[in-house]
Design a binder for this molecule. Structure first.
Ligand code: ZN
Length: 148
């Protein structure tokens, strides 16, 4: 396994629209891609914040895991995401090391990535997302992709 690279930090919010003035106007973060991710029942907005992006997550359904998170714990830091070369291989290594994953199979994430999460019970309380970018495309190539 290659060494881990921090990909983004996920923050759960009730409303992306409501927090845009803080991030864009007050903190001067550049707004990146906005995308709905049906498999996660969330809408996300990426903020270009240097080497590591910040991801704002707004639930699109009361059944969304992010919705349940906000109900239980309020808005706030939700997960930290790391890039991996081969998600399936990393998942196998984690399972054989006794770690608990959220999904049995990789799921589609934003930017055509594959994602899974390591359960906080296996990480000392932090939800960790693992992100595999499509071949030949990691986050450093992302800016050359056409934006819709
Ligand atoms: Zn994320």
């Amino acid at each position: 396994m290659d060494s881990l690279k921090l990909d983004h930090i996920g923050i759960a919010v009730r409303s992306i629209e409501q927090v845009i003035p803080l991030w864009r106007d007050t903190l001067n973060a550049k707004l990146g891609d906005r995308e709905t991710i049906p498999s996660q029942q969330v809408e996300v907005l990426f903020l270009e914040t240097g080497e590591t992006r910040t991801e704002l997550l707004e639930p699109t359904s009361p059944d969304s895991a992010v919705s349940r998170f906000i109900e239980k714990r309020g808005e706030g830091l939700h997960h930290i995401a790391y890039q991996v070369e081969d998600l399936t291989a990393t998942m196998k290594q984690l399972i054989s090391a006794g770690s608990k994953l959220i999904y049995p199979e990789p799921r589609p994430g934003s930017h055509s990535t594959l994602i899974n999460f390591i359960h906080p019970s296996s990480t000392g309380g932090v939800l960790i997302e693992l992100v595999e970018y499509p071949a030949g495309c990691d986050s450093s190539h992302r800016k050359e992709e056409p934006n819709s």
